[in-house]
Design a protein around this ligand. Sequence first.
Ligand code: DGT
Ligand code: CA
Ligand code: CA
Ligand code: ZN
Length: 589
Amino acid sequence: MTGERDPPGITNADVAAQFEAFADLLEAKDVEYKPRAYRRAAENIRAHARPVAEIAREDPDALQEIDRVGEAIAEKIVEYAETGEIGELEELRAELPVDMAALTSVEGVGPKTVGSLYDALGITDLDDLEAAAREGKIQEVSGFGAKTEQNILEGIEFARQVGERHLLGEVRPLADDALAHLDVDAVQRVEVAGSIRRWQETIGDVDLLVATGDDAAVVDRFVEWPAADEVIEAGDQKASVRADGARVDLRAVDPSEFGAALQYFTGDVDHNVHLRNVAIDRDLKMNEYGVFDVTVVEDPDAGQRVGERIAGETEQSMYAALDLPWIPPEMRRDTGEIEAAASGELPALIEEGEIRGDLHTHTEWSDGNNTVAEMVQAAADFGYDYHAVTDHAAGAGTPPAIGLDSTEVREQIETVEAVAADAPIEVFHGVEANVTADGGLSPDADVLGELDLVIASPHAALGQDYETATERLVGAVEDPRVDVLGHPSGRLIHDRPGLEFDVERVARAAADHGVALEVNANPHRLDLWGDAVQRALDAGATIAIDTDAHSPPELAYVRYGVHTARRGWAEPADVLNARDVEGVREFLG
Ligand code: DGT
Ligand code: CA
Ligand code: CA
Ligand code: ZN
């Protein structure tokens, strides 16, 4: 490939987005067939190896070689490549001037609903939608009812919370790439700060902090980062770029103040406010430049002076100035970590390297991509001591096309045994069963007793109320066949809230019945999450940090699970799969 990139800015993703917007608007206007055709074309355009805008200018006929791209769509691509817009699409946008992305981010609201509500009530954005729902106007529109209106109101609240935040698992690799790019001479130290350093499940923007004696060189280097699509601003000590849709902020500081800045910009705000009050109580001042002694001292040579700096070069020194040990960033949520630090009771948190195997993974037997042998080999390559194969069993929420029936589970036992016989690591064979709406197990079959472990996960009826959901999960962990409660809430971050339940009650029941609660490490799940882990561990539970991997690369999601567990103060002894093979076997009984 040459270095040429033209026409500048038009990526396949841009072109695909035009056709997706087109499809939404056509659907809103109740046009049939075309929306689907446009969406399929968009998919293929997005995945095409060469920039279609380039093809459009060099050899427009070749566009039709792309699957699902016919003459009409090809013409529109050419128009877009040449003029930067598609006339017909702009006309539609003028006819239906709605914020489609915001409105359809509300669960249960699709383009058709957007079209109907615009026609009937002139709703164009979330504020309009919320006002209309509160005033009871939506239930009066034909085809809508009071229940739909209520659902829309709840959906709006959820959609607003989600906002523009990114999944940790999407931006963490991006941040790692930035760190690698900044590994140059001018940079003495570089760290992520903010929510990403605290491993929060969603990230507003990525914060990078650099210790350097040459700010300009660092800013220059940063804006040349290949992943940066756009430079938002480049100042003397600060710069911001957009990469992969996320904002990435960089700040350069003097090495003598690096620890103070890192502490300050790591947050969270509650932790920092609490810490500043500890400082004030000791006649100290704490800010992004250091910790300062604000008592007035009589200096025989200099007379009176205030504000001697007593810490700032390292983060350690900042905490030490307050007589505190360094507190791991994941714990900086002001949920008792400062008190624990003060009394010398900080937990020794679980580390990434202490996980010895994955207890929840899939293969092509259900909806995974790889064979049992491939997954076991991948786990061995990952450095694990053991690996559990736990494909879906068919049942509540898991259709037979995905899940195994009892006959298939028995067939799989033979396969797994054959792989295990030659495997370099220990192989456990289990299944991921479904927790039914009333807390039973499906399948409710004898074969469950023939396996090393049973994960029970809720996959359906995720809209239950608090009491019902709590009873349901307690019921599941009380089942003597169950070893692990998989992704207990069933939430999907940004997509569905999942079950709300009494974490302490479920955790106590799980502890009583020798069941581990999962910290599912898939970035879309992180279920349980930090706060729930902390409460579950307080109630005596054991956790299992599993990836739910459907392919070998997904085994690496474990890092998100470990740091989520650290947000909940988990120590190695709390984590089932930090135990050795014998320890796990003993737990499984
Ligand atoms: P995010 O980006 O929304 O996921 O969350 P953070 O925590 O990364 O927040 P961000 O990027 O606005 O700022 C990074 C850190 O800087 C934040 O965790 C604490 C610190 N910080 C920023 N603004 C303030 C402020 O006004 N007061 C205090 N005390 N700290 C601040
Ligand atoms: Ca941030
Ligand atoms: Ca920021
Ligand atoms: Zn699974």
